[in-house]
Structure formats: structure tokens, C-alpha cells
Design a protein around this ligand. Structure first.
Ligand SMILES: Cc1cc2nc3c(=O)[nH]c(=O)nc-3n(C[C@H](O)[C@H](O)[C@H](O)COP(=O)(O)O)c2cc1C
Length: 420
């Protein structure tokens, strides 16, 4: 995707160790055709020079609330008015607190208040700072105000610790920027996707749990069993459900996608972790199992990297993973009113999908042909067959977003028919 020429990003760079990633983000934005203007806090300039940011944006960097009178055409109101989207990277604990409480002591915080444009923040901080109740309170206030969060991710931190607080990578931030721009750019947050009027609010107040992406099952510290699932369809469904008012929890395996807007995303690696998180999210009204959960895992994970042995082939013993969809369908307590499974089949699509519907006690199976020739796995489009206990229906080729929008609308109707 290339930005339309009028798309203008106001980047607010704050003083965190992850500020260096901002340079890569600017480069990526410029490659996509965005016009980027930057504001740097005083602290940001301890980490990055104005010169580097000016060189990459090819535009003057603004940093002084009062100096703006020198250039009256670019006062703080004009700076934010001129932008389609305000992006705060890295979003420090400090700026999040200022935003949540309406402080305006410098240029960055002032123009974050003097705007009705959508704001996206990419937090980055030490894990204990991120998990501190004060920060979590501020993040919740901002989310309620319609500020969009990308990350933070869990991972190794600059301070040598491991946990949540790491800033999302520039490509993930770029994807989130594109998602936000595609969904409208003013606060308060409107429906993220272009839903028809009659679909808006169709799942208001309902809890929807979605799984997405592949799982990874370790063989040794460096190798794993996985599959080609990109997570695009599952993430699109989570975003579409949030856009029609659902309270969404997305449990995602490792994917190269930004967390969808709206809702909460929990990141997992293995099938067993996915099952634990799915069960922890109950009760829900609708469960949609889109993840391509690995059917097997290595019976034992080698503690060290397995070495080649020319004398002997490597034999791996595989054991079955838990079947998350069947576990949801067959629950006696807290069974969701609707349990929906995806059946990715490379042969005998209808027969296999029908068997799955019955054996796993699902209310709907969305079947698709994932043979190599279909291009569905990893692609942008999908062609699905919908099976319920009442019959089957084939949908034409459409984008994964459109499949998601239609599916969510259909589930809204089915849920209303259950009377629950
Ligand atoms: C080496 C160093 C690294 C820092 N990294 C972070 C960080 O990753 N996240 C954060 O919230 N604050 C971090 N800080 C603290 C901020 O720089 C400090 O709170 C500052 O006031 C933020 O100002 P700003 O939000 O106006 O940019 C760091 C400070 C230092 C000295």
C-alpha cells in the first residue's frame, strides 16, 4: 500500500531508549509516500539528534512551544490541524501520564491536547514501569478516550530484563498507522471498519474470543514445528468484531502483524499456552477458533541444540496437542453460545469440514481450501464455505476483511436467534 499524497503524519518523539527505532520508522513512512513532520521533546534530544530526524523527514523539527511565534504559520494548533494522524514514539511513561491527565507543559503535550485527530501511541519502557498500576490506569484512560495503542511487546529489554514493555518494531507500527488511517482519523473513535449502518453495534456488550495465527512447538532451543498461517484472517475477524461493539480478546500465535484495533491481544507461542489463555478468557458469548494450532509437538524438547549425526537419522516422536476447538465445543460449563471453527483443508473440503462440525460440536465451520494453488494461506483474499447444522453456503472470493465483516454480521444474527 502507498499512502495517498495528502496523508500527513505528525510524529511526536519522546525520550526513551527506543527512540532510535524512530529513524527506521520515518524511513519506512517516507518509502510509503507519507509526509512526516516531527516534534521532539527535550528528553528525546538526549537520545536522537534533531539533525538526523530533519535529514530523514526532510522537514524542520519542532521542539519549542514558545519559539513557534517565529513562524506563525506553524503554531501548535496548525501543527496538529495539518496532520492526518499523530503518532507518539516511543510513548514514555511521562507522556502517557501527561496525555491521560491533560497536562500541557511543553510543545508535545500541548499539541496532543489541541487536536481532534486520531492519536496512536507506541509505548516503550521498563517492564515494571509498564506493569505499574499508575501506568496501567493511564493506559486504560487513554484507550477509553480513543487513543490507539500499538504494543508494547514482550521481549528482551535494553535494561537486560525480559517482559512486556518493549516498543513494537517499526514495521508493526507502520501497519498500525495504515490500519488507523484506513479506518477514519478523528476521535472519538468511530467504527474502525466501514460497516453498514445496520451492522454497527450488532455485537455491543457481547464478549468475543478469537484465536489467530500459527503455534510454534519447540524441538530444541532453536528449532520448532509451525505452519504457514499468517494470522491475517483471525486478526481481521477480531478487528471486525470490535468494530461492531464486541468486547474482544484475541489470543494470537507468533505473527508479523500489528495487534488489531480495539480489544485486547494476548500473545502465545504453543498450543498448550493458547488453550490456557483461551480458558482463562471464559466466559464469552462467541468463540472463533481461526488459529492454525499445531496438531503435534515433540514429545520431548531437547535442552540443547540437536547436533547432526551422519550415522543415524534423527527420529522425532510427536505427541498430539490439545484440540482447542473441540475443548470449547464440548465444554459442559461455560460453553460459549456459539463455537465457530475454521477448517483449513487441502482435500475433501466439505467432507472434512462436516465431520469437524459434528465431532467437535461446533455451531459453524468456516472451511477453506488451503492447497498451495489456492494462495489463501498468507494471502490477502479468501474463499470460504460456511457450514452450520442447518446447511452450507459458499461465499465468493473476497478480501479477508470482507469475510470478517460478513462473518461477524452473520454471527450477530445467529447469536440473537439463540436467545442468549
Ligand atoms: C537512559 C534512559 C533511558 C530511558 N528510557 C525510557 C524508556 O524507555 N521509557 C520511558 O518511559 N522513560 C525512559 N526514560 C525516562 C525518560 O527519559 C524521562 O521520563 C523523560 O522525562 C521523558 O520525557 P518525555 O516524555 O518528555 O520525552 C529513560 C531515561 C534514561 C536516562
Amino acid at each position: 500500500m502507498t499512502a495517498s499524497p495528502e496523508q500527513r503524519i505528525l510524529l511526536i518523539i519522546c525520550g526513551g531508549i527506543a527512540a532510535y527505532k524512530t529513524l527506521e520508522l520515518i524511513r519506512r513512512l517516507r518509502e510509503r509516500g507519507f509526509f512526516v513532520r516531527a516534534v521532539m521533546t527535550e528528553a528525546a534530544q538526549q537520545f536522537l539528534t534533531k539533525l538526523s530526524v530533519e535529514s530523514l523527514t526532510e522537514s524542520r523539527v519542532f521542539d519549542d512551544l514558545f519559539a513557534l511565534t517565529e513562524d506563525s504559520s506553524m503554531g501548535h494548533i496548525e501543527l496538529s490541524r495539518d496532520a492526518d494522524l499523530l503518532v507518539v514514539v516511543p510513548a514514555t511513561a511521562d507522556i502517557l501520564a501527561k496525555m491521560a491527565h491533560g497536562l500541557a507543559g511543553d510543545l508535545a503535550s500541548t499539541l496532543l491536547l489541541a487536536t481532534d485527530k486520531k492519536i496512536l501511541v507506541a509505548p516503550a519502557m521498563n517492564l515494571r514501569m509498564w506493569l505499574h498500576p499508575a501506568i496501567q490506569r493511564n493506559a486504560a484512560i487513554l484507550q477509553k478516550d480513543g487513543v490507539v495503542f500499538v504494543g508494547p511487546e514482550e521481549g528482551d529489554m535494553a535494561c537486560g530484563e525480559y517482559g512486556p514493555g518493549r516498543m513494537s518494531e517499526p514495521l508493526a507500527i507502520l501497519a498500525a498507522i495504515e490500519q488507523v488511517l484506513a479506518s477514519g482519523t478523528r476521535i472519538p473513535l468511530p467504527a474502525h471498519l466501514s460497516h453498514k449502518q445496520e451492522e454497527a453495534g450488532v455485537l455491543a456488550g457481547r464478549r468475543v474470543l478469537v484465536t489467530s495465527g500459527p503455534t510454534q512447538e519447540a524441538i530444541d532451543p532453536v528449532r520448532y514445528i509451525a505452519n504457514r498461517s499468517s494470522g491475517k484472517q483471525g486478526h481481521a475477524i477480531a478487528a471486525a468484531a470490535a468494530a461492531v461493539g464486541a468486547d474482544v480478546v484475541l489470543v494470537s500465535g507468533p505473527v508479523a502483524l500489528a495487534d488489531p484495533l480495539g480489544g485486547r491481544t494476548i500473545h502465545v507461542k504453543t498450543a498448550r499456552e493458547m488453550l490456557r489463555q483461551v480458558e482463562a478468557a471464559l466466559p464469552v458469548d462467541i468463540f472463533i477458533g481461526v488459529a492454525a494450532v499445531a496438531d503435534w509437538r515433540a514429545a520431548e524438547t531437547a535442552p540443547e541444540k540437536i547436533k547432526k549425526d551422519p550415522k543415524q537419522p534423527l527420529c522425532l516422536t510427536l505427541v498430539e496437542n490439545p484440540d482447542i476447538l473441540a475443548a470449547m465445543g464440548r465444554r459442559s460449563k461455560d460453553r460459549p453460545a456459539l463455537v465457530v471453527g475454521f477448517a483449513a483443508e487441502s482435500e475433501q473440503l466439505i467432507e472434512n469440514a462436516q465431520a469437524k462440525l459434528m465431532v467437535k460440536n461446533c455451531d459453524m465451520i468456516v472451511a477453506n481450501d488451503v492447497s498451495r494453488a489456492s494462495g489463501i494461506l498468507g494471502g490477502e483474499n479468501n474463499k470460504v464455505l460456511i457450514l452450520t447444522k442447518k446447511g452450507k453456503e459458499s461465499w465468493p472470493w473476497m478480501t479477508k476483511q470482507e469475510v470478517a465483516r460478513r462473518l461477524v454480521a452473520r454471527l450477530g444474527t445467529m447469536l440473537a436467534e439463540t436467545g442468549r
